[in-house]
Design a protein around this ligand. Sequence first.
Ligand code: F6P
Ligand code: MN
Length: 326
Amino acid sequence: MKTLDAFLDDSSTDAPLAEVILRLASCCEAINNQLQRGELAGILGSAGADNVQGETQKKLDVIANDMLKDALKACPEVRGIASEEEDEVVGANLDGRYLVTYDPLDGSSNIDINSMVGTIFSVLESGERGSAVSEAEFLQPGRAQKAAGYVLYGPSMMLVFSTGNGVTMFTFDPEQSAWLQTVERVELDSDTKEFAINMSNHRFWAEPMRNYIDDLLKGSDGPRGKNFNMRWVAAMVADVHRILCRGGLFTYPWDARKPDQAGKLRLMYEANPMGLLVEQAGGEAWTDSGKILDIQPEKIHQRVPVILGSANEVMCCVGYHAGSDV
Ligand code: F6P
Ligand code: MN
């Protein structure tokens, strides 16, 4: 099996970009070590502070954020970072070429129940050199991403990423302390019978989404003519991983609980990286009105509605929204 280093060499990944990916992977190994020790490492529970999105931070959110920040600042190729846990963009090396956005611990409410979480990352290239890093450099559409991926901390630790030429998966072998390629190229089925949504928000959704889900629930008796299964891990990283493994549709739509908020998920370190992976695997990634990767971001913590996964199912869901305002 190919190691991560060998893959990056063989795929002629630009050396500075390969270096960023290797630093991210190595930092995630250290985060995984903390997670594996769980309660023993004293990392569970709230750190007491709210993050910039108004959510209570878990201790490990803070720790993982700091670990990634330190690792990326120490990488000469990184010019700046933007994290879910940082209000503002953070400068790294003035002459670095890359900007990294990340969600240090996605699905962090799962930490306390010893369930799956992950680190999501996106790498952009900056046209600037020498000057202090600014938010404006980060505001590039998802299609400009040079690399994107995640590390899933599950029963085994996995690294899944794309540099724009398909999606590949690595599994960490603790015995060899090495990342080994276990899926060369991910190919997502176009059709599916599985969907993922937080059903408890049903009454808050806009009508097109309610109609779509209601039709899925009617199964073989309804207009879709087949029965659907539902899964919800409550960690986007794990739900998307399942979809890359066996297909499906994942959505976190706009809802009326916070009507002024476009959605729950963040464009620049959740929707864009996952959108790139899903498109690169042959799937579709949409808001309710356009492709996620085409959105011109206005701010680093921007939120978007997300519908992604198996191509035909995503387009069916988007079709319910055609002609509606929401
Ligand atoms: O990062 C936000 C997030 O934790 C995602 O990972 C996940 O998909 C979603 O929120 C879970 O939301 P809810 O609490 O509504 O199930
Ligand atoms: Mn998240």
